[in-house]
Design a protein around this ligand. Structure first.
Ligand code: ADP
Length: 159
């Protein structure tokens, strides 16, 4: 089974990694797609976000990371995947995800599979990490260790 895991990953967090670790056992191939959502303003560029995702997932043999600017379902068609993967943290995620999943099913008969976040990381989000970065607080416990160096490098030029 091919699974496409789309998201902003601005930046990738240990919450994302927890979902990825579980998904690699379910999928033959997991495609992580770093998207540009028109409604979002990003802290990191798409290329920087992709670099961090690649670094953080380099040890997973069946994970491939990519960028894409079109609809997620178009990316699914491109790679021949029938399923999208999303994580669910809270009831707030649920209604948003339910609508997007319905669109994707109508548009392209692509089903969305959901994994609930483990209790340990349900509170972790990229937006919280961005907030911590803004105030120069420690982010070590919330992002994969491997990307702390990249973030610090980018931070030097950005903040
Ligand atoms: P998007 O802008 O598409 O929501 P995100 O990078 O914020 O992109 O999230 C991508 C996916 O990862 C979403 O399905 C989101 O619910 C999931 N996710 C993010 N953080 C967590 C977490 N802590 N636990 C489980 N899933 C998460």
């Amino acid at each position: 089974m091919k699974l496409v895991f789309p998201g902003s990953f601005d930046p990738i967090t240990i919450g994302h990694i927890e979902i990825i670790e579980r998904a690699v056992d379910l999928a033959d191939q997991l495609y992580i797609v770093v998207e540009n959502n028109l409604r979002k303003k990003y802290l990191f560029t798409q290329e920087q976000r992709l670099k961090m995702v690649k670094e953080a997932t380099a040890d997973f043999a069946n994970v491939q990371a990519d960028t894409y600017d079109g609809l997620t379902v178009s990316y699914c068609k491109k790679v021949g995947a029938k399923f999208i993967l999303r994580g669910l943290r809270s009831s707030a995620d649920y209604l948003y995800e339910r609508d997007i999943a319905a669109f994707n099913r109508e548009l392209a008969q692509i089903e969305t599979l959901f994994l609930f976040s483990g209790n340990k990381y349900a509170h972790v989000s990229s937006s919280a990490v961005r907030e911590l970065l803004k105030y120069d607080a420690c982010i070590q416990n919330y992002v994969p260790k491997k990307i702390c160096g990249i973030i610090n490098e980018i931070k030097k030029n950005k903040f």
